[in-house]
Design a protein around this ligand. Structure first.
Ligand code: SF4
Length: 84
């Protein structure tokens, strides 16, 4: 089934959103992707962060599982989270 490209979040299930994020991560060029160790360490930092709410960083508004997949991205609180 063709996915709707212009649905609002309220029209999507959580599963659809997660699947879309995973697909987008898989399609990133390898040169732009954070390696697994970096990715996982970032996720663990976010898990302990008070800015994380339902998968979204309240500082930058990003889904952290997507943002963390980009090698060049950084936590908006970089000074506090030097590994990110
Ligand atoms: S990106 Fe930084 S500020 Fe946002 S949830 Fe992760 S650790 Fe917290």
């Amino acid at each position: 089934m063709e996915k709707c490209k212009r649905c609002l979040l309220r029209e999507c299930s959580k599963e659809d959103i997660y699947e879309d994020i995973i697909t987008r991560i898989e399609k990133l060029p390898e040169k732009d992707k954070a390696d697994n160790d970096l990715y996982n360490s970032r996720i663990e930092i976010c898990r302990k962060c008070e800015q994380l709410l339902s998968g979204v960083c309240q500082k930058c508004g990003c889904y952290i599982e997507f943002r963390a997949a980009f090698k060049s991205q950084h936590c908006p609180l970089t000074k506090a989270n030097k590994k990110w």
